[in-house]
Write a protein that binds this ligand. Sequence first.
Ligand SMILES: [Cu+2]
Length: 90
Amino acid sequence: MKKLFAALALAAVAPAWAAMQAVTLSVPGMTCETCPITVKKALSKVDGVTKTEVSFEKRQAVVTFDDAKTSVQKLTKATEDAGYPSSVKR
Ligand SMILES: [Cu+2]
């Protein structure tokens, strides 16, 4: 039983079918230094997001997420719902 639990715990941390991805979103609507806080909060709430770095100076958000749990569309929708439409930066 102990062994099974350890295996399950490990699987939860690094499922073999999931891949971590990082995407840079352009968030042009940020107008002051508190805007990134709102954007970061919105992105962090999305299931599957593990890391969010929002830069006000660059008007961008770098999001690391599990592509088995979420998608870029869900991320851009989350920022849009928070009042900050975003798009993938290339
Ligand atoms: Cu602001």
